[in-house]
Write a protein of this length. Structure first.
Length: 326
């Protein structure tokens, strides 16, 4: 009896030692787990009466704010970013949002597709993880035409959302799909014209692009509000339902630790910098006064929260996590 027990002990001794020393994990697969696992699929749900908004991540991109932000001293920039425990070159969310009305699935912004390489293009997978097939999207609303908002409407020359109408303000289509406007933007942003053509041409060829001229009602409860400056046709989508209002904005804010306390700080991506600043000041004052929810493209995922008045400018208060999605 003792001999049999010793044989069993010897048989399993290497396994026991591997477990004790951390070289192996229990489970069907004995391969050690990598210490660098990816995040869980990026989606977060929020109720809007009997509608639902789902924030979906397209990825993150590191933005060199020390090179791109304007109208701020290096010392002030360093101070604001440090107070948020962020470096000057910060990993920045690319957020999109699905509005489920019970009748339609409406996607606001489409991420970067393959234009940002591995930094973006994760929206379709995260949609599926959230139980939303890209083929089920009925409408795509673009806040504006820039790579990280419109690049994801196509992949390999085909629409990613084949059954969806893509809607965008006509002023952005007229601007970004006409290379004659290249001289109106900084040299470092002129690549946007080729990217816009590449992104939207498959949608246009499929007869799926539909323009509007804001302000306009998209459907009852969803209105496109003009927010020009960052681009000529930038808009905010105001969604009101079930006693709540959510303002879905694209690039009103890029670096919230900086541009909320100092709204006059601009970014080199702005086509019309003075107009972009004026729009930001107007929008921030409005949402802070009215207490509306905000769903922001470039505030840390899920990008949902409220803007509050502060001693200097404004501050961001993120949504409190709700297991029920309230």
């Amino acid at each position: 009896m003792q001999l049999k027990l010793s044989e069993q002990m010897m048989k399993y001794y290497p396994l026991l030692m591997a477990l004790i020393t951390g070289g192996m994990t229990l489970g069907a697969n004995s391969t050690p787990l990598s210490p660098h696992q990816p995040q869980a699929p990026g989606y977060y749900r929020m109720a809007l009466g009997d509608w639902q908004i789902t924030a979906v991540s397209d990825g993150t991109v590191t933005v060199p704010f020390d090179k791109l932000l304007t109208d701020i001293t290096p010392q002030a920039l360093q101070q604001h970013m440090a107070q948020a425990n962020l470096p000057l070159q910060a990993e920045t969310s690319i957020n999109a949002f699905v509005i489920n009305t019970g009748q339609q699935l409406i996607l606001v912004d489409a991420g970067a597709g393959d234009l940002f390489k591995e930094a973006g293009g994760h929206l379709p997978d995260n949609l599926r993880a959230a139980g939303i097939a890209p083929e089920a999207i009925d409408m795509v609303l673009l806040t504006h035409i820039h790579a990280d908002h419109s690049g994801g409407v196509q992949r390999d020359g085909k629409p990613v959302f084949p059954n969806a109408t893509v809607r965008v303000d006509k002023r952005d289509v007229d601007f970004w799909l006409d290379p004659a406007h290249k001289q109106q933007v900084e040299e470092g942003q002129r690549h946007t014209f080729a990217e816009s053509e590449r992104s939207l041409r498959p949608v246009i060829d499929a007869g799926k692009l539909s323009t509007f001229h804001a302000p306009v009602q998209i459907i009852p409860g969803i209105e496109a509000i003009p927010a020009a400056g960052h681009t000529p046709g930038s808009v905010i989508y105001r969604v009101t339902h079930g006693g709540k209002t959510v303002m879905l904005w694209g690039d009103i804010i890029h670096a919230h630790p900086v541009q909320l306390p100092q709204p006059k700080v601009a970014i080199h991506f702005d086509v019309d910098r003075p107009q972009a600043i004026a729009t930001r000041e107007k929008v921030l004052a409005q949402v802070a006064q009215e207490g509306d929810w905000v769903a922001a493209a470039h505030i840390a995922f899920p990008g949902i929260g409220k803007v509050m008045k502060a001693d200097t400018g404004y501050r961001w208060v993120p949504v409190n996590y709700s297991a029920q999605g309230n």
